[in-house]
Design a protein around this ligand. Structure first.
Ligand code: FMN
Length: 347
């Protein structure tokens, strides 16, 4: 079966799941246009995730995907957390505040318990994708037995082969150009392989369908990577500017005004590519201590950002974006899909 038939879509285009930026409206607009909409639910509680899924189902009867994080759960490292709190203390003091005394694991992994799994089985999306790792084999089986397609991000060939060996249905090849978190399984190992190279590498060694993600901003780029073997493309950054995304005004403006990105692990504890702000420019110093592990670092980063926003400083937000963000266009989601399709047909 072709990937389009498998996913029930007309165009080989997927909206990247984007925790914090995804909305039911954006997902439904993309799905209603014949591409695959998505909800990034890795940062949502089960109840919020359920509300988002039901809201999306009310806006479209077309297929869409859900996305969760599959990181290895990390026990609290009190010393590492404290070192990181101490390092960030002057940032809080700039706003006349004190940092928190402890950090929390703000995002559970899909693997930690079956709450997210049961939500998927209850709401039956077309597909569920995972970032940072592979779910447990019994979780994969339950999803597939329910007719749900499973997808996992790979950033190198070792990860791709382990995804195939686990019986997952589709590999998402995430190149180093991609906005947001690197999907690397081990937070300390990143081969930084580019999207086009990764697609060809995985296609040579694996037989699963491959979706290319990272740095794709127009139809010509999508077509080029499909000529190299990708079965479809997944775009994130290109959709962040859409009115129906959850991005705030400062983020939208920065996409167009300061389109320079860098990967940093200091915001969340895992490497992620975003627009350069205080984190990359000032906090990510060579002499800094190791950041607290993921997602503990994200706990303090979010608190610092909330404090800064109260003081009208927008420079601490996690403005995730891919390295080709300079090519971003102001287009609402249905128009962007149409434009991508036209460009793909003419490439
Ligand atoms: C704002 C933003 C948030 C993201 N959040 C997630 C997420 O929650 N889950 C996930 O699997 N990938 C996430 N990603 C990565 C995307 O799935 C995808 O790899 C990336 O957007 C592709 O590169 P591009 O942004 O250059 O199109 C995010 C990307 C962005 C830009």
């Amino acid at each position: 079966m072709s990937l389009l038939n498998q996913l029930g879509i007309k165009h080989p285009i997927l909206l990247a799941p984007m925790a914090g930026v995804s909305t039911p409206e954006l997902a439904a607009e993309v799905s209603n246009q014949g591409a695959l909409g998505s909800l990034g639910l890795g940062a949502s509680s089960v109840e919020t995730a359920r509300q988002q899924i039901l809201a999306t189902q009310a806006l479209t009867d077309r297929p869409f995907q859900l996305n969760f994080f599959c990181h290895e759960s990390c026990p609290t490292d009190v010393e590492a957390n404290q070192n990181w709190i101490n390092y960030l203390k002057p940032e809080f003091e700039k706003f006349g505040a004190t940092p928190p005394t402890e950090l929390k694991c703000i995002y559970p992994s899909f693997k930690d318990n079956d709450d997210y799994l049961n939500l998927c089985l209850e709401t039956k999306p077309k597909a569920v994708s995972f970032h940072f790792g592979i779910p447990h084999s019994n979780q994969i089986k339950k999803l597939q037995d329910a007719g749900i397609i499973t997808m996992v991000s790979a950033t190198n060939l070792i990860e791709a082969k382990s995804i195939e060996a686990a019986g997952i249905d589709i590999i998402i090849a995430q190149g180093t150009e991609a906005g947001g978190h690197r999907g690397i399984f081990n937070a300390n190992i990143d081969g930084a392989i580019k999207t086009a190279d990764l697609v060809q590498l995985i296609k040579r060694h694996c037989s699963l369908p491959v979706i290319a993600a990272g740095g794709i901003m127009n139809g010509a780029q999508a077509k080029a990577v499909m000529k190299m073997g990708a079965d479809a493309v997944q775009l994130g950054t290109a959709f962040v500017q859409c009115k129906s995304s959850n991005a705030n005004i400062a983020y939208r403006q920065a996409l167009f005004d300061q389109p320079i990105t860098q990967i940093t692990a200091t915001i969340s504890g895992r490497p992620a590519r975003g627009l350069i702000n205080h984190w990359q420019a000032e906090i990510d110093q060579a002499n800094r201590p190791d950041s607290a592990p993921y997602p503990y670092a994200y706990d303090i980063a979010k608190q610092l950002n909330a404090l800064a926003l109260k003081n009208d400083d927008v420079g601490y937000g996690a403005f995730w974006a891919g390295s080709n963000v300079a090519q971003i266009r102001q287009l609402e989601a249905p128009d962007l899909i149409n434009q991508l399709v036209v460009e793909m047909n003419h490439a």
